[in-house]
Ligand binder design. Structure first.
Ligand code: C5P
Length: 218
């Protein structure tokens, strides 16, 4: 049987993770958080004392990644790392190593393996362009930089982490620049992606918009 795929791509803090995982839950589909795959690679590389200059060694880390997702839990070689992966330092290193071609290709198989019945919702930067170019539907989710910084700020505050909204916005825009301008799999909408700017939408409104499109596709 053909296994349906819904690709959701977009910049960091656009809400795509929250929206995509809610859509997966509604549809009863599997969910791929590809950002977490890159973040886990970054964490493992960091612990091995590697930097983005060690491309080959980081690619080996990627190819041998022992990663298991189960609900909200993410285990790296058996250790629970879901919280650790949200760390800004890990995200920043993830963004740097994700520009390395051999790291991207080492992580391809792992991402493809998430496509299982009854279907998959895949969240990332290149789900619709590189990993699942034949996806049944593609959504490109964006929000203004100001809104994204504000959301990230609230998220951190709710966790009791203090942050500066201007620093967050600068960091977010730097990461967007890097993700958009890299040579391999840059962040850009697939030609057949449905754009959704959710700056002024609630999570539920975004989820319903995606679900409606999914029901009406073809
Ligand atoms: O989405 P998230 O912020 O967790 O992703 C962390 C980093 O991993 C991003 O900044 C991006 O550079 C990289 N990434 C990627 N391709 C994906 C998903 C994430 O390059 N499909």
């Amino acid at each position: 049987a053909r296994i349906p795929v819904l690709a959701v791509d977009g910049p960091s803090s656009s809400g795509k993770g929250t929206v995509a995982s809610a859509v997966a839950q509604h549809l009863g589909y599997h969910f791929l958080d590809s950002g977490a795959v890159y973040r886990a690679t970054a964490l493992a590389a960091m612990r091995a004392g590697l930097t983005p200059a060690d491309e080959h060694a980081v690619a080996v880390v990627a190819a041998t990644l022992d990663l298991a997702f189960e609900g909200k839990s993410i285990r790296l070689a058996g250790e629970e790392v879901a919280e650790l992966l949200r760390d800004e330092a890990v995200g920043s290193l993830a963004s740097k190593i994700s520009a390395l071609p051999s790291v991207r290709s080492a992580l391809r198989e792992l991402q493809l393996s998430f496509r299982r019945l009854p279907g998959l919702v895949a969240d990332g930067r290149d789900m619709g362009t590189v990993i699942f170019p034949g996806a049944d539907m593609k959504v490109f989710l964006t929000a203004s930089a100001a809104k994204r910084a504000e959301r990230r700020h609230k998220q951190l505050i709710s966790k009791g982490i203090s942050s500066n909204i201007d620093d967050l916005r600068a960091d977010l825009e730097a990461r967007d620049q890097r993700d958009q301008n890299r040579a391999v799999a840059p962040l850009k909408p697939a030609p057949d992606a449905l754009p959704l700017d959710n700056s002024d939408l609630t999570i539920d409104e975004s989820v319903n918009w995606v679900l409606n499109c999914w029901e009406q596709r073809r």
